[in-house]
Structure formats: C-alpha cells, structure tokens
Design a protein around this ligand. Structure first.
Ligand code: PEP
Ligand code: MG
Length: 941
C-alpha cells in the first residue's frame, strides 16, 4: 500500500467553512465527508471537525488507508446544547452524506446481504481520552446480524459485534447502567466455565443477545431499535449529550478546556479487528510517551475491537510482537506513523485496526506525554531539524516541570520483604507514599482539599473515566489490570501523577475493599509506596529521594531556549535562608515575600512572642520584643547573605495575635477540669503551660485564668478581618519598630561584610494611605536611627501589599507613600469574593461541580474580578508613581495562567514558592515569546 502523505505543511483550512454562532444562514455546512482519497475538511480545522475529525480528513487527503465516513461538526453540538435538538439541516446533510458513503462502499446501512455498519465517535478540539462516548457496529439488527454472519462466514464474530452494539447503545444512548450488561455477560461466562470473552461461542452469544434485549426492554421501557437510521440519529444525539456528562465536565475543568467548544461526531464505516486471528486492533505512539525516547511504542490485541486495548479487560501485547506475526502490516504501520510524525512535526498517538491482514488508520493526534518526554522530544526534534527552538519552547506545559522534580525510591530502604510486586507497569513517573483508598469518592473524602491534603493512593482493578475526581486528589494510582495506554496510565501522565498500572500480582477486590499481595491483605487506610518510574509496589512508607540530575540537565538546556524571551521577573516566597538558597538554585531573582511571623513560631521564640502578647503594658511588651530582636536580626542576616544583593521583600507581622496563644475552648476545659484533676493530669498541665510561667500545680489556677482573660480580650469573630496586618503595627507600634530595627541592623551588618543588600520592607493589609503613612514613617525613622548609630547608610524601599479591594481603588493615593506594590492575591481573592480562604472548600466543591466557578479562584487568578482590581491598582498606582515596582506574592504567582496574566498587566515580577519558580519562569517566557513571535501558545493539550 502506497502511503503518500506529503512531508509538507498541512494545507490551509477552507475559508468560510462555518459561520459564527448566532446569525446562521441555511447554508451552514454541518457535515464534512471523507473517503475515496478526498476529504471536505483538513487537518487545520480542529475547531470545526474536532481533533479526530481533522486527523481523519488529513489522513484521507494524504491517501492513507482510512475507512470512509463523515464528521458532523461542533456547531451542531453547540446547537444541540442550546436547543436540545439539531436543526433540520443537520439531519438533511447527514442523510446526504450517508447516501454518499453507502454508494462509495456499495452497501446500505444495516441492510441487504452485505450491510454497512458504522462507528459513531466523539471528537472534540482537544483530546479528552475516554471522557465522551462511542458506539461501534451501528446498523446491526436482528436481520443484518444474520447477513454479517453469512458474509463473514463467522457467526461468532457477527453475534459478538451485535451484543457489543446493544451493550454500548444501551449504556450510552438509553442510559442503562453498564453493570446490567456486565452481570449478564459474566453470568454467561461462569455458566460456560470460561474466563475470557473469546471463550463464548456463537450460540452462547446469541443467548447473551436475547438477554440483553430483555434488559433493554426492562430498563429503558422500549425495544432496542431495529431501524438503522433511527439508531444513527439516536447515537449522534447521545454523543452530543456526552459532552455534558460529569466526567467530561470534570476533565475540562482540570485541563482548562472551554465548556462551549462542543464535540464533533464522526460516523465512519466499520472495519473489524475481531474477525479472528488475522485481525486485531491497537494503539501506539511514535516515541515513548513516558521517557521521550525515539522508539516505536504501543500495544495491540489480536481478535479484538475498539475499547478492548485501552479498557484493561485483556492485557495487550507490545507492538514489536506484531513484526513477528504480520511483518508487512507492521512495516506499513511504521512507515505511515513515521510520516505522520514528520507531517505534524510532533509525536503522534495513533489508533489502528487490522481487518484480515489489511491495515486501517483510525486516528492520529499529538500524543500526551510526561514532562520528561516533552523536553526530550522537543530537544531531539530540534536536533532532527523538525521544529525550531522557538516552536520547541511551547512543547512543555509549565505545570509539567514538576515531573523533573518527582521523587525516586531510596533503594537502601527497599527490602525484598517489602516488595509486593516489581512487575507493575511504570505508567507515570515518580515514587509516592500514601494511604490506600478503593473508590474515587473515598479518595475525595479522605484526601480533602487545600494545603492540608492527606496522601491517598487510589487502588483499583482498573480506572475508568468515572474515577476522574478521585484521580485528581490522589497522590498516585495503582491498578492491577490494563496496559501502558490504559485509562489510568494516560490520564495520570497528563496530570503528572505517579502511576503503576497492570500490576497483575496484586488482586484488588473493590467491593470487599481489599487488596491482596504476596499472601497479605491490605485494607483502606493502610500505607503503601508505589514507584511509577519502575513499576514497583511496596508495603508501608518507604523513603523517597530527590530526582535524577541527568533529566535536570536536559531541562536546563531546554530552559536556555525559553529564558531569553522572558521579561517578567521571578522571585520566591521564602522565610528562611535554606528556602532562599533552594529558590536561587531554581533561578529565583529575589525574595518576593518573607512572612516574618513564620520566624516567631520557632521553638525558642514562641515563649517571647507569647510574653509580648500577654504583656498588658508597653514596658513589658518592649522587654519581650527586645528578646526577639537579635533572633530576628539573625534571620534577616541569613536571608540577605543568601540572596547576595538580590531584592529581599520582608513583610512585617501579619497574623492576628491569638494565633500564638492556646485555643479559648481548650483553656475553658482546662480551667473547668482543674479542681478534679489528678496529680498526673496537673503535672501534664504544668508542662503544657510552662511557657506561660507555670512552674508548679499551684500556679495553674492563676495563670490559666489570666491567659483566658487575655485570649478573650483578643478573641475576634472574624480574625481574618480583625486586628492583623498593619492594624497590629498601628495598635502596637513597638512591634513595627522592633522588626524595622532587626531589618536595618541586619542590612548594615551584611553591608559591612561587603555583601550588597536590597531590602524592601512591606506593610501588609493596607487599605488607606494614612495607614501606609503611619507605618512607613516608623520604618523610615528607625532606619535613620540605625544608620546614624552604625555610621552607614544603605538603600532600601518601603512599600505595601495590595490585598484589599479598597487598596486597589485608592492605589493612586497609596502610591504617594509606597515605593512598591505587591499584590497579595490570597487575601485579595478572599475579600473580593467574600470567601473565607480557610473554609472555601465547603462551597467550592459544589460551585465547581455546578459550573458556577470554572476554577478554584485561590489557585488560578480570577481574571474577570480579582484581575480587574489588580489592573486598576496597577494603573492608578503608576499614574502617581510611574516607576512604581509591582509584583504579586499570592499563591497565584506560580500558576501558569496567572503568570501569563501578570505578564499581560505589566507587572515587574511574580513571586511563588521555591518549587514553582521554574514553572513560573517557563510560563513567563512562553507568555513573552507568544506575544513577540505572534504564536498562539497552543501547547499540546
Ligand atoms: C496574600 O494574601 O496573598 C499573601 C501573600 O499573604 P498571606 O497569604 O500571608 O496572607
Ligand atoms: Mg495576605
């Protein structure tokens, strides 16, 4: 078979293929035909035809062996979403295309001696593996199945195809639970004493069909439709509806795909991989999607259809085996896929079917890959002259940078007795430790949201798209079935999450909530370690080690292409010298936020901090602060030394004071139980309240009552909106004085050592210019005092965090007093939405599933609302002070879409946690490069 795919660019999209939504004249082209070496569409029309449809059109135009068919474009899906039905034009054009297909094939849909059967598949612009629905063998009914049996001389094949249709149609179109069919099928296997589907003969399958039809009647209250045209219309609409199913919505949310895009529907003549041992079906990649190595990579199954390979029902065979079984087909497949990769200039993920030794291509698309693979493929494709360096820099999703930093198993902690299996598939790299959960819902429940996440590993026989919400929160996935292209493998790779798949030596009983391995039984909550880089599963919590330096070197090389484009600075949020050093290793250009309260929580400081809070007069307070001063000074010295002249932004004390004291309720309980406490209990209480001056049981009553009185005094109903931030420094100016003194004494000491400093003192939670003026004056006065005492003057800045909506609105005023702004988007999000940042998860889960919010606004900046305030703040601030330095230090500073936003609104820098510095650097570089090169930063999705 000649493959004539040109090695040139894809032909231009045909103009005026669609009209914008709204004004839609009768001439809208809804249906695009492909077949006979020619297609109405082409590879560039992903918006219209979806990724699959565009790929099929492109391959057809290139003369590749693609079964003919037609694509109903995405506009029809959008219409269906709006009106719950498609227009008459869609039906009419579909009928015309079906007639064309029938005449090309010399067959009629579900009719005659040689009936035409079709597949009906979804296909959106961005690939959403397994999230939407597919129906195969459509056109079969009680008559055509007999014709197929006769024609193929293979009744078993015909009945197997029919039972699959009823099963898929029943589930997808008629909404009958999959388990209804599974139970019938499994019962039949048990009855016939066979483990595999292939063990059921034609007669047994006929019996299955009869029972399936009964089940349809019972559950759907109608017969399985015998009319092929009716089947087609119903299947098409069901695929459109599947765009809106829960798992598809969740997938779009996680991957930031627009809900309004809709899916196309591909109707294509069936080819059969289940015609016997000269037929088969498979999937593959032109390069290894886990490592990026240039090797032909994939899996197939003989005598199998569609989903069998990826569903994990049977464990597939490596594609190299095909070379032994059918060398011609193997070589043709290699040839075609190599050409496809050259043509698309990217690693391809393809699907094929072999019908009686004849190869058909069913799909090609840019393959999903790990971060490690993305970088290796990009670098090697530049070396091969396939893409330019400018194109290469968009080939890594900034979020995938973490793949380079995933942990490895510490081999010295791997004892043979702990290994439950070493034969799992290394589906997605990284070693993780976590507690077993057996269902996705349990994963969500146990893992929780936010920073305080519990580590859970989702253990399943195999995952399905319905598990997506559990996979999202788990740290790793372990499956006992399925291959390297199984659902679990593909999805976790995309998520950059550790996965061991197909660990056959582990038996998972999801119903009994049990995992058995090497004669041991594991229950939910037990700890295990999985290593997605090698495929091992171990019991207990094993030690993990940091990542491989060789891969890091590759990443550095890749970054050297991206970095020159970057204009946005990247700083790190770091409170201690160790984190500051780590941040510099990742390329941070300063510290954008040092939260000084973290320094007070240290063991040796908290007693002084508490003494300071408990003091009820200024003198006592100053005495306690004096003890804290040298400690703070040393902290700051360490930071300035580590940063060697790079900016260090130090935020003055922010949290409410009661955070440093015992809980009010606990104190009440302790006071109430004191009279009846045993000597041992009293001893424990003395120990607990030692830091507050308790030396013996006799002190307890007085100390606890005094403590409670102070805690009550400080008690606030809304501490997040209470005495915190600059309000604290205004109420107790001696705190600001102490911190300013510690900063400037450190500055002078480091300067004296010959190390440059660049201190930026930041006042938190400002909402009026007078607050800023008040605190700024203290800082500047203390600076002058210290400089005078020490005989040395060093440059510094005083600025503010902008984290309240009012501050954004009066930014012009505030900028009169502040030399820099740093947007505290955590608090700004909290106060703009009125969501408590610590409790939001209770609301968020519902809001996300209801589609009220598309993303967690505490993770990705809400550009419409919070972002608008940021824009206003920058504009007004710079109007007053054109050179005003502007950054961001909320959690958003390390999230790619937020970084891109910060670039657009012309901030000077973003600041994020040290481990996200590289992600931010790449995101910032891509934002600048896409602007400069006028490239739509359309990375592989
Ligand atoms: C913020 O509010 O965005 C911020 C960085 O401060 P914190 O998280 O410490 O409140
Ligand atoms: Mg804040």
């Amino acid at each position: 078979m000649a493959t004539t795919l040109p090695d040139t660019d894809i032909i231009e999209a045909k103009p005026a293929a669609t009209k914008p939504t709204g004004t839609k004249p009768a001439t809208t082209k809804y249906v695009y035909f492909f077949g006979g070496g020619k297609a109405d569409g082409n590879g560039k029309m992903k918006d219209v035809l979806g990724g699959k449809g565009a790929g099929l059109a492109e391959m057809t135009n290139a003369g590749l062996p693609v079964p003919p068919g037609f694509t109903i474009q995405t506009e029809a899906c959008r219409e269906y979403m709006r009106l719950n039905a498609v227009s008459r034009d869609v039906d009419r054009q579909m009928e015309e295309s079906l007639a064309k297909l029938e005449s090309l094939q010399g067959q009629k849909l579900g009719k005659g001696e040689n009936p035409l059967l079709v597949s009906v598949r979804s296909g959106a612009k961005f690939s959403m593996p397994g999230m939407m629905d597919t129906i195969l063998n459509l056109g079969l009914n009680d008559q055509s199945v007999e014709a197929l049996a006769k024609r193929s001389s293979n009744p078993r094949f015909a009945y197997d195809s029919y039972r699959r249709l009823i099963q898929m149609f029943g589930n997808v179109v008629l909404d009958i639970e999959k388990s209804v069919f599974d139970e019938i099928f499994n019962a039949k296997k048990r009855q016939k004493k066979t483990k595999f589907d292939t063990g059921l003969d034609a007669k047994a399958l006929q019996e299955v069909i009869a029972e399936y039809k009964k089940a349809v009647k019972k559950h759907a209250k109608r017969d399985f439709p015998q009319e092929p045209q009716e089947q087609l219309v119903m299947a098409r609409d069901a695929v459109f509806r599947s765009w809106q199913n829960d798992r598809a919505k969740t997938y779009r949310r996680i991957n930031n795909i627009d809900d309004m895009l809709g899916t196309a529907v591909n109707v294509q003549a069936m080819v059969f991989g289940n015609l016997g041992d000269t037929s088969g079906t498979g999937v593959g990649f032109t390069r290894n999607p886990a490592t990026g190595a240039k090797e032909f990579y994939g899996e197939f199954l003989l005598n199998a259809q569609g989903e069998d390979v990826v569903s994990g029902v049977r464990t597939p065979v490596p594609i190299v085996e095909l070379e032994k079984i059918m060398p011609d087909v193997y070589n043709q497949l290699r040839d075609i896929t190599t050409r496809l990769e050259k043509h698309y200039k990217d690693m391809q993920d393809f699907e094929f079917t072999i019908q009686d030794r004849k190869l058909y291509m069913l799909q090609t698309r840019n393959g999903k890959r790990t971060g490690l693979a993305a970088v290796r493929v990009a670098i090697e494709m530049v070396d091969e002259g396939l893409i330019t360096k400018e194109e290469a820099i968009f080939r890594l999703d900034p979020n995938q940078v973490v793949d380079f930093y995933v942990a490895r198993l510490d081999e010295t902690d791997v004892r043979p007795a702990d290994i439950l299996t070493s034969k799992g598939l290394p589906a997605s790299p990284g070693a993780v430790v976590g507690q077993i959960v057996f269902t996705a819902d349990e994963a969500v429940e146990k893992a929780g949201h936010g920073a305080e996440k519990n580590l859970v590993i989702l253990v399943r026989a195999e995952t399905t798209p319905e598990d997506i919400h559990g996979m999202e929160v788990a740290v790793g996935i372990l499956t006992s079935q399925g291959g390297m292209t199984s659902h679990a493998a593909v999805v976790t790779r995309g998520m950059g999450k550790s996965c061991v798949a197909g660990a056959g030596e582990i038996a998972v009983d999801e119903r009994a909530e049990e995992m058995r391995a090497r004669g041991q039984v594991f229950k939910a909550g037990d700890w295990i370690t999985i290593d997605g880089s090698t495929g091992r599963v171990l019991r207990g919590k094993r030690n993990l080690l940091p990542p491989d330096p060789e891969n890091l070197a590759k990443l550095e090389h890749f970054m050297s292409w991206a970095e020159p484009f970057r204009t946005l600075g990247v700083r790190a949020n770091a409170d201690i010298p160790r984190d500051a050093k780590k941040a510099r290793e990742f390329g941070a250009e300063g510290i954008g936020l040092c939260r000084t309260e973290h320094m007070f929580f240290a063991q040796d400081r908290i007693p002084h901090m508490r003494a300071m809070i408990l003091a009820n007069n200024e003198k006592d307070r100053r005495a306690a602060l004096k003890k804290l001063l040298p400690m703070q000074r040393d902290d700051f010295k360490g930071l300035f030394e580590a940063m060697e002249g790079l900016p260090v932004t130090i935020r003055l004390l922010d949290p409410p004071l009661h955070e440093f004291l015992p809980k009010r309720e606990q104190l009440m309980v302790d006071i109430a139980s004191l009279p009846s406490a045993s000597p041992k209990q009293k001893k424990d209480l003395v120990k607990e309240y030692k830091e507050y001056g308790a030396k013996s049981a006799g002190d307890l009553k007085k100390i606890l009552s005094a403590l409670l009185a102070r805690v009550e005094e400080l008690h606030e109903f809304n501490p997040m909106l209470g005495l915190r931030g600059c309000r604290l420094g205004i109420a107790y100016p001696e705190i600001t004085e102490m911190q300013a003194r510690a900063i400037f004494e450190a500055v002078v000491a480091v300067d004296k050592q010959g190390i440059k400093t660049h201190a930026e003192v930041m006042i938190p939670l400002i909402s009026t210019v007078k607050e800023m003026a008040n605190q700024g004056a203290i800082v500047r006065r203390v600076a002058e005092e210290v400089f005078k005492e020490k005989g040395r003057h060093v440059h510094y800045l005083v600025g503010t965090m902008i984290e309240l909506p009012r501050a954004c609105l009066v930014a012009g005023e505030i900028a009169k007093e502040a030399e820099f702004f740093s947007f505290g988007t955590n608090d700004l999000t909290q106060t703009t939405f009125g969501f408590s940042r610590d409790d939001v998860n209770k609301v968020l889960t519902t809001y996300l599933s209801e589609g009220i919010l598309k993303q967690d606004p505490f993770a990705a900046i809400d550009q419409e609302g919070v972002g608008e305030l940021v824009r206003i703040g920058i504009e007004r601030g710079r109007k007053t002070r054109p050179k005003l330095e502007v950054g961001i230090c909320g959690e958003h500073g390390g999230e790619p879409s937020s970084v891109e936003f910060c670039h657009r609104v012309k901030m000077d820098y973003v600041s994020c946690s040290p481990f996200r510095v590289l992600t931010a650097r790449l995101a910032a570089a891509q934002a600048a490069a896409s602007e400069k090169l006028q490239i739509d930063a359309g990375r592989t999705k």
